[in-house]
Design a protein around this ligand. Structure first.
Ligand code: CDP
Length: 232
């Protein structure tokens, strides 16, 4: 008998390896992987292009709603690169949205309720058929509170900063370790203290600290949890 499809919600702090883990889980289960953070990053890029930020890095009030009406996001699978790419009004922005500049603005944009409302609607639509792994900050608490499997991933700030720094350098994107560490700490603070859908562990989420774990060890851990959940 074919295994019933579920939703895997993967939340946690910035740069703790959620997307790597979520992609591996999706491949293992034959599910789609959806990176909800890419959506907030793409809106941030659109806001940057539209000149919606003041000198402090925070968005100028009032103009985001009008911008939202003009934004169309689309996720498309690129079979050559074997990755899902995000398109902003028809333009592929998957790489551009990973810059430090976008990272330094994104949490302000993600705290704005009309932005969240539009993104959550899109995310729920993508999950209608189940069979997805979605990572983010509010997937288990707000987007899919009934997800069958919720994981809350974390790691020490130092480990997370080193991982992200290495990733950016490998991609040829300029960054310093200090800047990356400060950005992660700041985003975690804004994400956890915002009024709308703050980053927090769902009461029924299983916590995994992967500071000292390889991805393979995380997969072993996942298999056990998945078996338990789908057997019941
Ligand atoms: O990959 P990384 O952990 O650096 O971040 P991300 O998943 O790409 O998310 C970027 C930012 O988007 C986060 O710092 C949050 O401010 C926001 N976000 C959110 O508010 N809700 C989500 N479900 C996903 C991301």
């Amino acid at each position: 008998m074919e295994q019933k499809k579920i939703i895997v919600a993967l939340d946690g702090h910035s740069s703790c390896g959620k997307s790597t883990y979520a992609k591996r889980i999706a491949v293992e289960l034959g599910y789609s992987y959806i990176d909800s953070g890419a959506m907030y990053r793409a809106v941030t890029l659109a806001a940057m292009d539209a000149g919606l930020f003041g000198g402090t890095g925070e968005p100028l009030p009032g103009r985001i709603e009008e911008l939202l009406d003009r934004i169309e996001l689309q996720l498309r699978f690129n079979p050559e690169l074997r990755r899902t790419e995000i398109f902003l009004n028809g333009r592929m922005v998957e790489d551009l949205i990973r810059s430090m500049e976008v990272s330094s603005h994104v949490s302000y944009i993600a705290a704005i309720s009309p932005v969240r409302k539009k993104m959550v609607e899109y995310q729920r639509k993508l999950g209608e058929e189940k069979g997805i792994v979605m990572d983010g900050r509010d997937i288990g608490t707000v987007v899919f509170p009934d997800a069958e499997l919720k994981i809350f991933l974390t790691a020490s700030l130092e480990v997370r900063a080193e991982r992200r720094y290495k990733e950016l350098i490998e991609k040829g994107m300029p960054a310093s370790l200090d800047e990356v560490r400060a950005n992660l700490a700041k985003r975690d603070h804004i994400d956890s203290t915002r009024a709308d859908s703050p980053l927090k562990q769902a009461s029924d989420a299983i916590v995994l600290d992967n500071s000292d774990m390889t991805v393979e060890q995380q997969m072993e851990w996942f298999r056990k949890i998945y078996e338990k959940i789908t057997a019941g």
